[in-house]
Design a protein around this ligand. Structure first.
Ligand SMILES: [Zn+2]
Length: 419
């Protein structure tokens, strides 16, 4: 606890020295370095205390990182930025005289990425500019490692949260909720790659542009990863011996809300607009928004392509979320007026046709009823005569910020909150 307080206090002292948050910092380290025991000991898993890059969650037991090094400390960015801000320049006779020396020091950022600061005006488009991310130079890789740890932790929950005989299971319920929260958090780091831009703050005289499109292969890989790890319920969330000690029912709803938070990030209107614009400017090099929607639909509705169609209760929930999210963008409080309207309507028509083809392939009554209901809901979404308020806990996309995070509730899963 002392080390944790030390970390938070040092961060707040950073603010008193004039430093703003640098949420991009953690992504400036190569993703494999945060598994390197010697690197982490010397450099930390993030170059600054001023990032929200709390604990090294991708680290694996075989990395043999010292426990003390799992917590951030003063890093190379902090020392460099303190020097830039506070080192005396004896030859300068006025503040203006200092500028050429300060600019020369600042140019070290061109060759040393971890001295850089978040890019101004990036509008939430940079997948490295994230809170609570570690190893986000490669979010797919780091989240894959993070999932391995969630699996480990999932099997420890019961033992780790069970107190002395006679005590209730309150801690188990709380920590299980946090397990799901961490899953959502790490999946949202992957979602940030879609329609993303790698960015670097530059001024006139520096080489290159400020915003570079995330290559389409990386964007498509992010969607594939989410289809397999976010829109299918992971085994670590489904230990019956844990769930049946917490509540008689409710896990389906917990998982649905978790997946909804991820889908909301994925289908964020600003993200979709960037995809449309990336295709307009980058042409064939772009991850087309129509390809993105098709990949997402085929992943979330993958059962439809099987020779025999059977869809379990978890996936029926996930698939309803997909239709509800599309319907909300078409007919919700702030209906889409851009390409999203046409593209989302097209997805729903294609999905309806796929469901029609799949219906004869199912012998399972629950699956058949689900598919028929989905067809009805799609018809309602496409035909305004049938519009009615979307039931359930759909969070209107318009109330969320560009990272898909509810601004009123940024850190629901953390007890210690940084300012
Ligand atoms: Zn702060």
């Amino acid at each position: 606890m002392g080390r944790l307080l030390e970390f938070v206090v040092a961060h707040e002292v950073g603010h008193t020295l004039g430093f703003q948050h640098n949420m991009k910092a953690s992504s400036t380290y190569p993703a494999d370095k945060i598994h390197d025991r010697d690197w982490v000991k010397k450099m930390g898993h993030t170059p600054t205390l001023m990032d929200y890059s709390r604990f090294n969650y991708p680290a694996q037991p075989e990395d043999h990182i010292d426990v003390a090094d799992l917590i951030p400390g003063i890093g190379p960015y902090d020392k460099w930025a303190t020097h830039w801000g506070y080192a005396p320049i004896p030859t300068a006779k006025s503040p203006e005289d200092e500028k050429s020396t300060l600019d020369r020091w600042a140019r070290e950022q061109d060759t040393t990425p971890w001295l850089r600061f978040s890019t101004s005006g990036s509008q939430g488009s940079d997948p490295g500019d994230l809170t609570e991310a570690v190893g986000d130079a490669d979010a797919v890789k780091s989240t894959t490692y993070g999932m391995k740890n969630l699996e480990r932790v999932g099997s420890m929950l019961l033992g780790a949260t069970t107190g002395k005989a006679g005590e209730p299971y309150n801690d188990l319920a709380e920590v299980y909720g946090r397990l799901l929260g961490q899953w959502v958090l790490e999946m949202n780091h992957v979602a940030a790659l879609i329609g993303g831009f790698e960015s670097q703050q530059k001024h006139a005289g520096q080489q290159g542009v400020r915003f570079v499109t995330v290559p389409k292969e990386r964007q498509a890989a992010a969607v594939k990863f989410l289809n397999e790890n976010a829109f299918k319920v992971p085994a670590f969330a489904l230990h019956a011996d844990v769930l049946r000690r917490i509540e008689p029912s409710g896990v389906l709803e917990r998982l649905k809300i978790s997946q909804q938070r991820i889908l909301t990030t994925v289908l964020n209107p600003a993200r979709f607009s960037r995809l449309v614009e990336q295709e307009a400017i980058d042409g064939v090099a772009a991850y087309k928004p129509t390809d993105f929607l098709g990949d997402l639909r085929k992943g979330i509705w993958s059962e439809l392509a099987a020779p025999q169609v059977k869809i379990d209760a978890y996936r029926r929930n996930t698939q309803r979320l997909f239709v509800d999210a599309m319907a909300d963008r078409l007919n919700g409080r702030l209906p889409a007026t851009d390409d999203a309207r046409a593209f989302f309507r097209g997805e729903l028509r294609t999905l309806s046709a796929s469901i029609r083809e799949a219906l004869p392939k199912t012998a399972d009554r629950a699956t058949r009823l689900h598919l028929e209901d989905a067809q009805d809901q799609i018809a309602k979404a496409l035909d305004p005569k049938f519009i009615r308020p979307v039931a359930g806990p759909v969070v209107p996309l318009s109330t969320l910020d560009s990272d898909g995070i509810d601004p009123e509730n940024c850190f629901p899963d953390y007890a210690i909150r940084l300012d």
